[in-house]
Each structure stands twice: as C-alpha cells, then as structure tokens.
Design a protein. Structure first.
Length: 277
C-alpha cells in the first residue's frame, strides 16, 4: 500500500484544473439540456482486470461539480478488481453526474493504469528484487504517478534531482568519473550516490570508489550477472534500460537488488472504466 500522502488541497487543485479544461467557457452544454431534478443512481464499473487507484480524484471530481452528490466507494485504492467489478456507486442529479463523468474516469483510468502495470512487473520479479519507477513522468503529475506505483507494489526512485547523486554516462563524458565521485562524497550530506555503467570495463574501473549503488544500464543478461557477482558485496545493484514484461524475470534472476522501469509511468495503458446509469 502507498505511503505517499496526497494532500486534499493538492487533489482539489488538480481536479479544478481538469474540470476547467473540460468546461471552459460554456460548461457542459449537452448535459445542461437535462432540466429535471430527479435523483439517479450511477455505477462506475471496470471493463477489465486492474489495480484500482485514484479514487480520491474521482470523489473530488463529482464533489466540485455538485456538493450534493453522494458517492459510495465499493473498492479502495490498491484493490485488485476483476472485469465487471463495481468500483463506486454515485447518487445525484443526472446533469451533475454526467458533467463530472469524463474527468473522474480520466483520473481513474490513468492512475489505475500505472498501478496495474507496476503490479504486473512486481508479480514477475518476486520479493527479492524491487521494481522502481523513474523520473520519466508527466510534468507536474509526478507525485500522482509515483503514488500509483506504490499502490501497484512498486518502489519510488528519486522524486527529483535533489534526492540522490546519479552519475550517468553524459556526466562521465563531461568530467572525470573519479573526480565526480570524489566531489559527490564531499557534498553527500546524507544523499545516496549511484554510478551508471554500461559495460564490464567501466565497472572494473569504479570498484573500490566510495559510493552506494551501481546502475547497470542496457547490459546483456550474461554481463549483468557477471557484474552483479563482482560488486554485490560492496554496492547495492540496479538494472535499467528497455526492460519489459518479457525480460524482467531474467533480469531479476541475475541477483540485482532493484530494477528501474520508465515504462510503468510514461507508457502504461489506461484502464477501461465506464459509468453506467
């Protein structure tokens, strides 16, 4: 379960922006044709198996349109649901419910998609290896996407560039690796230091330097296994680079401590939900 706490004001602000985008400048001109005040019941239903995530955004979407709407959540964030599962029951004015419908479902579909994709990777790698997200996130929505990763059973990598020293290939191309590590150690202030390598020759040059994690990037399974064996006594190990559902199990079997996967946030398919009256 996610330990990330999304503040209520944060959720309100994101939902307000989304509703403004959808309703500017004249509101829902179609739903406004519905003039009756009859209270109806609607259900949000999952059209596929998924890990549900984003229900706080769903509630807020309806509440910002009409405070009188009643929402009963049948499932909770982090629950695994089957196809045709009822996620929530909503009661209120049809005009209000239909106006908020798309924004509510967009948040739910996107956030659940990330949680579901993450969970697929987590189930394949087992308990000895962590599945991590990266900074490959939608600008200004990183905390939401990382919240979804946690709900799917994954682990958050650094939130931003201030969280950890991550010395990558382009840094090394611009300066001496030993100098960069030395400077990072001097300015560490409790931050982790990770050094990226993409071949065994690079790896052997950095063994003995004072840092925390070796990041193996785009290495073959054979070389990755060899690299892990060389350094696992000294450093934490991480693998990255075009890792997918077909290859992740083999990567985990090399003994790496964690696997970072950009696709769980930047290209997870949305989950199909529907609102049914």
């Amino acid at each position: 379960m996610s330990k990330i706490k999304l503040r209520e004001n944060f959720i309100k602000d994101r939902v307000k922006l989304a509703l403004t985008e959808d309703l500017y400048p004249y509101g829902d001109i179609t739903s406004n044709l519905l003039k009756n005040n009859k209270i109806i019941k609607a259900k949000i239903i999952s059209n596929q198996k998924a890990v549900v995530a984003g229900l706080l955004f769903v509630k807020q979407s309806f509440k910002q349109i009409d405070k009188k709407i009643k929402i009963r959540l049948i499932k909770k964030d982090g629950h695994l649901v089957q196809k045709n599962s009822v996620i929530a029951v909503i009661r209120g004015n049809p005009n209000s419910i239909l106006t908020a419908e798309r924004v509510a479902l967009n948040f739910l579909s996107h956030i659940s998609g990330i949680a579901t994709k993450t969970n697929q990777f987590v189930k394949l790698v087992g308990k000895k290896c962590k599945v991590c997200c990266t900074r490959k996130t939608l600008p200004n929505y990183r905390v939401i996407q990382k919240y979804a990763v946690k709900l799917g059973g994954g682990t958050n990598h650094r939130f931003n560039l201030s969280d950890e020293f991550l010395i990558k290939d382009n840094h090394i191309a611009s300066a001496s690796l030993r100098e960069l590590v030395s400077l990072a150690v001097r300015n560490k202030r409790g931050k982790k230091i990770t050094v990226e390598v993409d071949n065994l020759k690079q790896l052997k040059k950095i063994i003995g330097l004072k840092f925390d994690t070796v990041l193996f990037d785009n290495m073959s399974i054979k070389n990755l296994r060899t690299g892990v064996q060389l350094v696992k006594r000294y450093y934490e190990t991480e693998a990255s680079g075009n890792i997918n559902l077909k290859t992740v199990k083999s990567v985990a079997a090399t003994g790496v401590d964690r696997i970072s996967i950009g696709s769980i946030t930047n290209s997870a398919p949305a989950i199909d939900f529907k609102l049914e009256i």
